[in-house]
Design a protein around this ligand. Structure first.
Ligand SMILES: Cc1cc2nc3c(=O)[nH]c(=O)nc-3n(C[C@H](O)[C@H](O)[C@H](O)COP(=O)(O)O)c2cc1C
Length: 423
């Protein structure tokens, strides 16, 4: 590892302790705060810690089960939320999510370029092809993954062309794009000029075969699901290869896994936070979740029995996300885990993210191990458990990364491109 290699750290504007059925004592601190104030405060704390960016995932459906548990989990439009945060912060990057399956490219190009102006060059776009939500956009079912990725590639190319169509406020070279493709017909140019910061960086999520090739062709960073260190080493090496094969630098795609952390003064307390965050997931719900993730029904298996590779459905069995299904298939094939172990996996109880539970030292060692092993270029912190866990992250864990020379102590620039080192 080169001596000056530093982590890129983002913070997801989500808060799982608000999801539980029972209030956690820490919730008193967020009580009475609307979701907007809460997230503004979180973004300001992230900026004080000099993080690269805040990040907001997005789904265009209502998760009724989650809302029943926690009325505070409102699905605010991410770009509007980040535009508000832009006015309350100065340096931190703002990465919004927009689906290429459901939106018109002209609107997305314009909204994100607007966020870029509002934030003075701090916007980023997380490109998702989405796994659900078709019912809110017509009568057709979700398109097949291949179609979604073809559309994503055309959509993204078009957005970049639109961004380039009106290069700058004083630019004389405004040009139509005259795009006529499989999915879109757009004349252009865009009516918002480019910002002197350069175009917004592109993030991407989805790591199936086509997802990876799409990421390698265009993304500056990938939001990765990385439950095990080996998953990350494999993904990062593969993306570096693919980027080079596409004529880009091996470093072009920064691999940033979600790090779902639960921090406390003792391991016991941290595990209690973790347990509490998953307490609402009964065995029945986990069995159902596993069916959705993998198409595998373990409901009839006796406790303690092992789930072996021969029980796995055929690899072309339709699933919601091939990224998540593939991660779990690999884990089962390598470990023949017990039913209980499978039902506790991050792919089943969450979004397949790397879970790190313990003291500041424990989580820190976990991060350093993965960084040194080449599994990641940074991470997107997903705060789990409680406000006090998040406080430990900002007040102790990040400062220790700085002390070890693995993270910046001050911003060197004021745009997201600068924070990510994109030339
Ligand atoms: C880590 C991760 C985060 C994702 N976040 C979102 C999201 O916020 N919104 C969304 O609509 N889809 C999200 N997706 C879904 C992907 O965009 C994609 O549709 C899905 O993974 C299927 O692609 P695949 O076949 O490459 O796995 C996410 C996927 C992954 C792996």
């Amino acid at each position: 590892m080169s001596a000056d290699r530093k982590l890129h750290i983002g913070l997801s504007l989500t808060a799982t302790w608000l999801k539980g059925p029972r209030p956690h004592p820490d919730e008193a601190r967020s009580e009475g705060m609307g979701p907007v104030e809460f997230y503004v405060g979180l973004a300001q704390a992230a900026e004080r810690a000099k993080l690269d960016f805040v990040f907001r995932p997005d789904y265009l459906v209502m998760n009724q089960a989650m809302v029943a548990h926690s009325p505070t989990q409102v699905g605010l439009d991410p770009t509007m939320l980040l535009a508000t945060i832009a006015r309350e912060t100065e340096k931190i990057g703002l990465v919004t999510t927009a689906s290429t399956t459901f939106n018109p490219p002209y609107v997305v190009a314009r909204q994100i370029q607007s966020l870029h102006w509002i934030s003075k060059g701090r916007a980023g776009w997380n490109i998702v092809t989405s796994i659900e939500g078709a019912e809110n956009f017509g009568n057709e079912p979700m398109p097949a993954p291949e179609v979604r990725y073809r559309k994503a590639a055309e959509f993204t190319g078009l957005v970049r062309q639109l961004w380039a169509s009106y290069p700058g406020v004083s630019s004389a070279s405004v040009q139509a794009v005259d795009h006529a493709g499989e999915f879109f017909h757009v004349k252009g140019p865009l009516n918002v000029p480019g910002h002197e910061a350069g175009p917004p960086p592109l993030f991407q999520a989805g790591a199936s075969e086509i997802g990876r090739s799409f990421a390698a062709s265009v993304a500056d960073a990938t939001f990765a699901a990385m439950p095990e260190i080996g998953d990350g080493i494999e993904l990062r090496a593969d993306l570096r290869n693919r980027a080079e094969r596409q004529g880009r630098s091996a470093n072009a795609v920064r691999v940033l896994p979600g790090l779902y952390f639960f921090l406390a003064r003792t391991r016991e307390e941290a595990w209690k936070l973790h347990e509490r965050a998953h307490a609402h997931l009964t065995r029945e719900r986990r069995v159902e979740a596993l069916k959705t993730v993998l198409g595998l029904d373990v409901g009839a298996l006796t406790p303690g029995s092992r789930v072996t590779a021969d029980l796995l459905p055929a690899s072309d069995h339709p699933v919601r996300s091939r990224t998540h299904a593939e991660l779990l298939r690999r884990f089962i094939a390598a470990n023949s885990p017990t039913v209980e172990e499978v039902l506790a996996r991050p792919e089943v109880v969450g979004s397949a993210h790397w879970v790190s539970v313990g003291t500041v030292d424990d989580v820190l060692n976990d991060i350093v191990e993965r960084f040194e092993a080449g599994a990641l270029d940074g991470f997107i912190a997903l705060p789990g458990g409680s406000v006090s866990s998040m406080d430990l992250f900002f007040e102790e864990l990040v400062p220790e990364l700085v002390r070890r020379g693995l993270f910046r102590s001050e911003y060197e620039g004021s745009t997201l491109r600068e924070h990510l080192g994109i030339r």
